[in-house]
Design a protein around this ligand. Structure first.
Ligand SMILES: O=C(CO)[C@H](O)[C@H](O)COP(=O)(O)O
Length: 226
C-alpha cells in the first residue's frame, strides 16, 4: 500500500503525463515521482500517443524502456517541448533544490533544453525558503578536496555523498558534495558563486527555471504557474 507521500507523487506524476500532447519531445527527469510519470506516459504510448523522450539518468532510461516510452538523444533533437522532473524542495518563487538522486547535471541539461519545465512533487517538498535540504553539488573527482574547501569558504558544512560505504559516483563519473548552507535567501547568487569554483560541474539550485509545479496531495493535485 502506498503511503501519503507516495500517493502525492503518483497523482502529480500521472497528471503531468496526462498533459503531454501528441508529437511532443519530452525531457524525462529522475526520481520516484518521475517513475509514476514515465509509467503513465508508457500507458499512453500503448494507447497510441506519439512521443519521444530524453532520460536524465540510467535509471530513468531503464524505466522508459520497461514501460515502452520511445527514446531519442541530443544528436537527433535540438530542443524539448517539455521537461518533467521531480525536486527535493520548491519555494514560493518556484526556485528548486534538486539532485537528491544525484542526477542534477543531466536534469539541468534537459531543463535548459525545454520550452516548458514542469515540476512534480508531493506536498512535503513545498517550503517558504530553500535550504533545509542539503544542497547537492556535483564535483569532478580530481582535486575534489580543493573544490570542497572553496565551497566551505562560502559558508557551508559539506559531506561527500556515499552509498553502501562507497563514494557515490554519478552517471557522469563525478562525486556529489551535500552542502548545508542553512537557509538560502538568494538561490541565483549562491548558484553563480558555486559555479565559479574550479571543479564544480553543476549545482542542484534551479533558480527561475520552473514554469509550473504540480503538487500532489492525498486526493487531488494543485498547480502553481510562474
Ligand atoms: O533531483 C532529483 C534526482 O537527482 C529528484 O528529482 C529529486 O531528488 C526528487 O526525487 P523523488 O521524486 O524521489 O522525491
Amino acid at each position: 500500500m502506498l503511503g501519503e507521500k507516495d500517493i502525492g507523487k503518483k497523482l502529480a506524476g500521472e497528471q503531468a503525463a496526462n498533459e503531454v500532447q501528441d508529437g511532443m519531445k519530452v525531457g524525462l527527469g529522475s526520481g520516484s515521482t518521475v517513475y509514476w510519470m514515465v509509467k503513465r506516459l508508457g500507458e499512453r504510448v500503448q494507447q497510441g500517443l506519439k512521443v519521444e523522450g530524453i532520460p536524465s539518468s540510467n535509471q530513468t532510461e531503464q524505466w522508459a524502456k520497461e514501460f515502452g516510452v520511445p527514446l531519442t538523444n541530443f544528436s537527433q533533437v535540438d530542443y524539448l517541448d517539455v521537461t518533467i522532473d521531480g525536486a527535493d524542495e520548491v519555494d514560493e518563487n518556484l526556485n528548486l533544490i534538486k539532485g537528491g538522486g544525484g542526477a542534477l547535471f543531466r536534469e539541468k541539461v534537459i531543463a535548459e533544453a525545454a520550452k516548458k519545465f514542469v515540476i512534480i512533487v508531493d506536498q512535503s517538498k513545498v517550503v517558504t525558503q530553500l535550504g533545509a535540504y542539503p544542497l547537492p553539488v556535483e564535483v569532478l573527482p580530481f582535486g575534489w578536496e580543493m573544490a570542497a574547501k572553496s565551497i566551505e569558504a562560502l559558508g557551508c558544512e559539506w559531506k561527500l555523498r556515499r552509498r553502501n560505504n562507497e563514494i557515490f559516483v554519478t552517471d557522469n563519473g563525478n562525486y556529489i558534495l551535500d552542502c548545508d548552507f542553512g537557509m538560502i535567501p538568494n538561490p541565483e547568487e549562491l548558484h553563480k558563486q558555486l559555479k565559479m569554483i574550479v571543479g564544480v560541474v553543476e549545482t542542484g539550485l534551479f533558480a527561475n527555471m520552473a514554469d509550473k509545479v504540480i503538487i500532489g496531495g492525498r486526493e487531488t493535485t494543485k498547480t502553481i504557474e510562474a
